[in-house]
Design a protein around this ligand. Structure first.
Ligand SMILES: Nc1ncnc2c1ncn2[C@@H]1O[C@H](COP(=O)(O)OP(=O)(O)O)[C@@H](O)[C@H]1O
Ligand code: SF4
Ligand SMILES: [Mg+2]
Length: 313
């Protein structure tokens, strides 16, 4: 799948925010699939495509045998029940002048076709209890009466109302106090273990990724450079970018750590997005002449896939 955006003064020049990203997920066993990448690497774009909030310029998404961009009205409702999301900023998910329980009742109506409050209340109470709250505490209140952590729990409760098979999480703990993060992360684990949902969890944080992920996909400038079981990737990263990313925190010697070039976290280098070759070539210590001009293929190495010329035999 590919997604382009305009850039420059008028937005007429195009770059691929997501370039030929391709992967398959299986629903059994339920797993947490982490997508890690710096800010601007294309993570949110990927989730927005899966949610049908954006349309790809190339490729498509097939969910349980159906092309998600060719669904009819009933298909869209089905897809909404099956695939739900939790976003980064809980304050953006709710309108401050609306009572928060109305969001839950609306979702029950739209997703589960439950129109009566009496019928919806026990179901809403159940999902709120799942995330450590209950309807009594939430009923009739506005967002001002909750902390960021509680609001994020309510967003999660709303997202699991329809028992989605696939839950997307876009940096859901990055705006929470460090002290609250682990318990919210544990809630995602419980969703995997008890509701058996598959979770795509997006983050830029290595520690979070390691804590929560069963599998990991590493994004760099709009491409997936490495993907595989979490423990394999962390213990022996294959792609030079993954190596650099992990070395930057795992190198015990602080003097060496200081010498490792810090990864740019905020500004995007359009040039790297635009290169016809490997996006990492200008920073890669192993770069070969062809790396700058030819895009490396996705190479299978054991249970992993690596997008790098070093592994082509
Ligand atoms: N609607 C848009 N129009 C133009 N550029 C966009 C748009 N959305 C995202 N981008 C750009 O696409 C790149 C990837 O963005 P995004 O997917 O939000 O990255 P991430 O979530 O990894 O931080 C960034 O360079 C971003 O500025
Ligand atoms: S393809 Fe070449 S430049 Fe890219 S990561 Fe591999 S060795 Fe480095
Ligand atoms: Mg993002």
């Amino acid at each position: 799948m590919t997604k382009q955006f305009g850039y420059g003064l008028l937005g007429l020049k195009k770059f691929k925010a997501l370039s030929s990203v391709s992967f398959k997920l299986y629903s059994e066993p339920a797993r947490i699939f982490v997508v890690i990448g710096e800010t601007g690497s294309g993570k949110s774009t990927l989730l927005k495509l899966i949610l049908r909030m954006l349309i790809p310029d190339g490729g498509t998404i097939v969910y349980r045998g159906r092309d998600v961009f060719r669904l009819n009205r009933e298909g869209v409702r089905w897809y909404r029940r099956e695939v739900q999301a939790v976003f980064q900023d809980p304050y953006e998910s709710f309108n401050p002048i609306r009572r928060i329980d109305t969001y839950l009742y609306d979702s029950a109506k739209f997703l589960l076709n439950i129109k009566s409050r009496e019928e919806a209340s026990p179901i809403i109470d159940e999902v709120l209890r799942f995330v450590g709250l209950d309807l009594e505490r939430v009923r009739g209140k506005s967002i001002k009466e909750f902390s960021g952590g509680e609001l994020q729990r309510i967003s999660i409760a709303r997202a699991i109302l329809s028992r989605p098979r696939l839950l997307l999480a876009d940096e859901p703990v990055s705006m929470l106090d460090a002290s609250l993060r682990v318990s919210v992360l544990n809630t995602f684990r419980e969703i995997r273990d008890k509701l058996r949902s598959t979770i795509i969890y997006v983050t830029h944080d290595l520690a979070t990724a390691y804590y929560i992920g069963d599998e990991i996909a590493v994004m760099y400038r709009g491409v997936l450079v490495e993907r595989g079981p979490m423990s394999d990737v962390y213990s022996e990263p294959l792609h030079p970018y993954t190596k650099m990313l992990l070395n930057s925190i795992l190198e015990p010697d602080i003097e060496i750590r200081k010498k490792i070039k810090p990864v740019k976290l905020s500004s995007i280098e359009i040039g790297e997005f635009l290169t016809p070759g490997c996006k990492f070539a200008s920073r890669c210590p192993y770069a070969m002449p062809k790396c700058g001009s030819k895009e490396p293929p996705h190479v299978a190495v054991d249970e992993r896939t690596v997008m790098c010329w070093l592994y082509v035999r």
